[in-house]
Design a protein around this ligand. Structure first.
Ligand SMILES: N[C@@H](CCC(=O)N[C@@H](CS)C(=O)NCC(=O)O)C(=O)O
Length: 238
């Protein structure tokens, strides 16, 4: 059986990408969750994952003796090994668009990723997060609108049915929710559709039950809603 190595569900956005894909498509896998240490470069955490991946980051996939790392490479490996599943759209134009935006996500949007780390545990209010974040948000919502308009007629996702591209953007939808980022109506409906999937819901529930706090991912700003009230946290409360 496939083995997927991930970290904290509340915080590990890259882990969510292949995880939601495998879950959504009903592909059986064993989950190995190795909680982060106090920092991302914690030596004990690095040691714990080093047997699974030479890159020292999660996610990683073990398919028998084959090791795959990098979220997009894992998704491609799964797509290669399961040609019976429509993991990428079948129409060539849709497929090309899907691959391009998945790669754009994998390589980019660092302003948004740095300023608004995924944290499913809290919800913050809207605020000006600077021009670089605004540019990332504008590009992401443009991608979502274009995909929905050109290819999305068959369902609520970017290409109608849920595909690898939706898996790549799933953690981004969480950032829109956590940080109240501005979303036009098409983007807001898309965010809601991703977050309503049983796979996303089950990730979120598990995330909220986690006992771990990751200080470097807790934004230092007022909290509108705390979804993990059982954890005692001192920072960022209004
Ligand atoms: N480009 C990588 C990014 C992986 C990544 O940065 N993962 C984070 C967790 S969400 C990590 O392992 N951080 C530990 C570190 O940077 O040392 C991918 O697509 O898988």
């Amino acid at each position: 059986m496939l083995k997927l190595v991930i970290a904290n569900k509340c915080h590990s956005s890259w882990s969510l990408r292949p995880w939601i894909l495998l879950k959504h498509f009903g592909i059986p896998f064993e989950e190995v969750l190795i909680p982060f240490g106090p920092t991302f470069d914690d030596p004990e955490w690095k040691r714990a994952i080093s047997s699974f991946t030479p890159a020292g980051k999660v996610p990683a996939l073990l398919d028998g003796d084959i090791k795959v790392w990098e979220s997009l490479a894992i998704i491609e490996h799964v797509a290669d090994t399961r040609p019976d599943l429509a993991i990428w759209p079948s129409d060539p134009a849709a497929r090309a668009f899907a691959r391009s935006i998945a790669a754009e996500m994998h390589a980019g949007f660092s302003a948004l990723r740095n300023a608004c780390p995924m944290n499913l545990g809290w919800r913050h209010g809207p605020r000006d997060r600077g021009p670089d974040v605004a540019a990332d948000v504008a590009r992401i919502t443009t991608i979502w609108r274009e995909a929905r308009e050109r290819f999305g007629a068959g369902g609520p996702f970017l290409f109608g049915d849920f595909t690898a591209a939706d898996a790549m953007f799933a953690p981004v939808t969480a950032r829109f929710t956590t940080y109240a980022l501005p979303a036009d109506p098409v983007s807001a409906a898309y965010i809601a559709a991703v977050q309503a999937t049983p796979a996303f819901q089950s990730w979120r529930l598990a995330a909220l039950a986690e006992p771990w706090i990751l200080p470097i991912d807790e934004a230092d700003e007022p909290v509108l809603e705390d979804f993990r009230p059982h954890l005692s946290r001192s920072r960022a409360r209004s």
